[in-house]
Design a binder for this molecule. Sequence first.
Ligand code: SF4
Ligand code: SF4
Length: 128
Amino acid sequence: MLPGTASFVCLADECGALCCRAPYRVDLDEAESARLIPLAEIEEHGAVSLLAQDADGACGLLTEDLRCGEYALRPRGCAQYPYLLHFEGAAPLLMRDPACPGFVGAPLSLEEWGELLDGIWRLQGGRG
Ligand code: SF4
Ligand code: SF4
């Protein structure tokens, strides 16, 4: 994604909260597991911890009105979705999930793009 790309507007009511359902899954690190244990069912698969999904494949924290029931506490992977930083050598490339239908907003200005890159960089902890 570069400046000029359409900006993101979440269209959960139209897509049915696609990203909160299988085959997407939410992996949790230790801190995320600790803060969500009182609020959600967490599955342990060896060293991997996941937010449990219901029989229909929806995240257990997804509400009936297609919102995140713990938005302020949601895991990092959810907070940075639908963006991802991919590294080509040392250079970070801002990528988006093409499955998300929300890239329909006004084109990103250079300043907005820079702020977005910084925000995703912080969320992703500089990891590629
Ligand atoms: S982030 Fe994208 S895929 Fe997820 S609910 Fe919003 S529009 Fe749908
Ligand atoms: S934690 Fe919230 S944002 Fe993440 S998948 Fe579950 S409902 Fe969606």
